[in-house]
Design a protein around this ligand. Structure first.
Ligand SMILES: *[C@@H]1O[C@H](CO)[C@@H](O)[C@H](O)[C@H]1NC(C)=O
Ligand SMILES: *[C@@H]1O[C@H](CO)[C@@H](O)[C@H](O)[C@H]1NC(C)=O
Ligand SMILES: *[C@@H]1O[C@H](CO)[C@@H](O)[C@H](O)[C@H]1NC(C)=O
Ligand SMILES: *[C@@H]1O[C@H](CO)[C@@H](O)[C@H](O)[C@H]1NC(C)=O
Length: 686
């Protein structure tokens, strides 16, 4: 295992052209509340390409840009482009992805701020919009895309160069065949750079707004990024996916994540590592596992998802998938099970005789990964489940061990009928009361099965989704020292291209810690752990009892980092439905509504800004006492909605405007809510 060096944890943003001007010179990050009072000069002509061609702009080289790269297309495979006006520039449309070229604007005098819309590929070196100073050709600041076509606004503080002659450079030197183009529209300068024509203030995006210094994450560093969740685990830079190795060990909760530090994209997998005394407040530790061939970033061999147990020597013992990139290592076994141990919980040693499972069992052609170790009370041994599939149905294999090193294949614990996918990942298996719960990822969704287990084989009785929203995958379970069944899930909508936080250098986050339980209907339910109350800033809480809500919207508050709870007595409600708007302004909102007749809870992000749009509609049932409660966690770009019946619905949201913070409620008809409360929440990093 490659040991950490200081550079691998220095939290420097991906190597981008900011090296031309040290970040410190760039001035302070633009905050959510920045007001424009400074220098204003006219920007370049044809700033939004509304002439329908490149009038005022100059092609410096290549074929990627030309009059035909100005386009009026309104949508692509992933949704609308969201251009301003009719036209924008897309370096794909003229000559395709492989074409390269450079386009520059007219020279203009820098104002205090500059903003523009960007879309296209992520490649900080070869694909960007840059600001170049005329006098010396210095690239002052630049921004790459996020591997999505839809346009998102970047804002730069250019006050350090106010009055100097500058121009914009649109640079495409990526000749690849995928995400090798860049889109730009609507260049705005001065005070107009901060506000839209509707008077609303743009959300601040862009790598230039990320403080790049600091040796480890701090709450100030995290607070500076206005789309970064404050009490959900995120990587300060780079990419995370599956949570792994969840355990409470020597008192501390350990959270590892699949991690690629060098870009906000999947890559050669590391394990990031954080610990918490309460599963709420996190401290970042050095990465625990490193990919085996770090000197070649093209080689995607890495340490994939796995689990952690406390072994007989009181060590933290990690069991994980070792993935080998066959393009670079032909003839290797692609996915095997390996192990690493730590006595102090911080530094990990690979077992010299890895792998501990080096042979893939029969009918596993679609993969063999994500071992989850558990202690099996039926025969008092260690067991391990691992995901697999044969191309038509997913399955879970079962292994047995007494020493965590020598594993015996028991057989197929459970296999599907194809409905939940042809390959299952991230299986977890554990008892709850007199039932056993199996869950896994398949068909891009997280599924649970509740049933019975006889020591070798599982029989399912109830199946359902672990999360009813669009953004949960790869949930991992663990039992804490108090015997609770806890879980954390990755909140990343990976089947889509909507990852706006890439513009700020990071992608992916973990959910809050959830407690799992068997619901009255036999399904698996989730609820937030009580420790989350420690984040509550109760002095600023608002609460109402016996609150009447009708068809005039009531503003409950104005924030994006809070917990909203409400309880309604369903039999006594005369309304047909109620609806809550979150992240709301005159321009956009997230809609959460409940229909009493159909018992459908609707999460609707159709008008919710830059993220994924859609509707998700779980059935949510009142308790036997007729009460229905919602416990809603908002965290800047994250929403987790817990219903009292155990259904949870999660989504990422990225408002376009800073004003989009209203929380309102209304009903069709009249409802008297038993209680409503809105409590601001603090940071997990402070
Ligand atoms: C774009 O079209 C205009 C008007 O026909 C023409 O003057 C200009 O040279 C063209 N620019 C490029 C880059 O082809
Ligand atoms: C463009 O990329 C190529 C490598 O693909 C490199 O050789 C060349 O120097 C780059 N061009 C510029 C202007 O940096
Ligand atoms: C780990 O397991 C050992 C016995 O195998 C036990 O003595 C120790 O208390 C356990 N430690 C923790 C942190 O659970
Ligand atoms: C467990 O159930 C499976 C499937 O019904 C059966 O084949 C197996 O013999 C059972 N094992 C035990 C120990 O009862």
């Amino acid at each position: 295992m490659k040991r950490p060096t200081s550079s691998s944890l220095s939290y420097i943003l991906p190597a981008l052209s900011l090296s031309f001007v040290p970040p410190g010179v760039f001035g302070k990050p633009i905050s959510r509340t920045t007001k424009c009072t400074q220098a204003q000069h006219p920007g370049p002509s044809n700033p939004s390409f509304e002439t329908g061609d490149l009038t005022g702009w100059q092609v410096l080289s290549g074929t990627a840009f030309g009059n035909s790269s100005v386009t009026a297309l309104t949508s692509y495979w992933g949704g609308p482009f969201n251009q301003k006006g009719k036209y924008f520039v897309d370096s794909f449309v003229a000559s395709g992805d492989p074409a390269i070229g450079q386009l520059r604007s007219e020279s203009f005098r820098a104002s205090s701020y500059l903003s523009f819309l960007i879309g296209g590929g992520y490649d900080p070196v070869n694909l960007y919009v840059g600001l170049v100073r005329d006098s010396d050709g210095a690239l002052l600041v630049s921004q790459t895309g996020m591997n999505d076509e839809a346009l998102i606004r970047i804002i730069w503080d250019t006050s350090a160069w106010a009055g100097q002659n500058v121009h914009l450079l649109v640079y495409d030197n990526n000749s690849g065949s995928s995400w090798a183009h860049i889109n730009i529209d609507d260049v705005r300068t001065g005070c107009n750079a901060l506000q839209d024509d509707n008077g609303l203030t743009f959300t601040v995006f862009g790598e230039a707004n990320q403080p790049a210094t600091g040796s480890s994450p701090s709450c100030n560093l995290y607070a500076a990024d206005v789309v970064r969740p404050q009490y959900h685990y995120t990587p300060y830079q780079g990419w995370i996916n599956d949570p792994a190795g969840l355990i409470q060990w020597n008192g501390q909760h350990h959270l590892f994540s699949q991690f690629y530090p060098d870009a906000p994209l999947w890559g050669p997998m590391h394990w990031s590592h954080a610990t918490s005394p309460d599963a709420v407040h996190w401290a970042e530790l050095p990465a625990a596992l490193y990919p085996p061939y770090p000197n070649n970033p093209q080689d995607t061999s890495g340490r994939w998802t796995g689990s952690a147990v406390n072994d007989s020597q009181n060590r933290l013992h990690l069991v994980f998938t070792d993935f080998t990139d066959l393009a670079f290592h032909p003839g290797a076994t692609e996915q095997v099970v390996s192990t690493a141990t730590s006595s102090d919980g911080t530094s990990y040693s690979l077992y010299p005789q890895n792998p501990v499972i080096g042979t893939v069992p029969p009918n596993s052609g679609n993969g063999f990964r994500d071992p989850k170790v558990f202690h099996d009370p039926t025969d008092n041994s260690w067991k391990l489940v691992v995901g697999s599939g044969d191309g038509s149905q997913g399955k879970v294999h079962l292994y047995r061990s007494t020493d965590l090193l020598s594993w015996t294949y028991v057989g197929v614990l459970f296999e599907g009928d194809g409905f939940t996918g042809s390959m299952w990942e991230c299986p977890n298996f554990f008892p709850v009361g007199n039932k056993w719960v199996l869950f896994y990822g398949g068909r891009s969704l997280g599924w649970f099965e509740v049933g019975t287990y006889n020591g070798t084989s599982f029989t399912s009785e109830t199946r359902g989704l672990l999360d009813a929203g669009p953004d949960s995958y790869a949930m991992q379970w663990y039992q804490d020292a108090a015997g609770r069944n806890l879980a954390i899930t990755w909140l990343g909508n990976w089947p889509t291209s909507k990852w706006p936080s890439r513009l700020n250098g990071w992608a992916g986050q973990q959910s809050i810690t959830r407690e799992l339980f068997i619901r009255p209907d036999g399904g698996l339910g989730s609820r937030p752990i009580p420790e989350l109350a420690s984040l509550e800033q109760s002095g600023n809480a608002k609460s109402w009892t016996q609150k009447t809500v009708g068809d005039t919207a009531i503003v409950l508050g104005h924030t994006t980092t809070a917990r909203l709870r409400l309880t309604v007595d369903v039999p006594s409600a005369s309304a047909t439905s109620f609806s809550i708007r979150l992240f709301s302004s005159s321009a956009e909102f997230v809609l959460v509504s409940y229909n009493f007749a159909t018992r459908i809870l609707t999460l609707d992000t159709s008008n919710a800004g830059y993220g994924q749009t859609g509707q998700w509609q779980p059935v949510v049932v009142p308790g036997s006492d007729g009460k229905l409660s919602l416990d809603i966690f908002l965290d800047r770009s994250t929403l987790e909605i817990f219903s009292s019946d155990g259904v949870v619905t999660s989504a990422r949201v990225y408002p376009r405007y800073q004003e989009s913070q209203d929380i309102t409620i209304e009903a069709s008809g009249h409802i008297v809510f038993d209680s409503i409360s809105l409590t601001p929440l603090g940071s997990s990093w402070c």
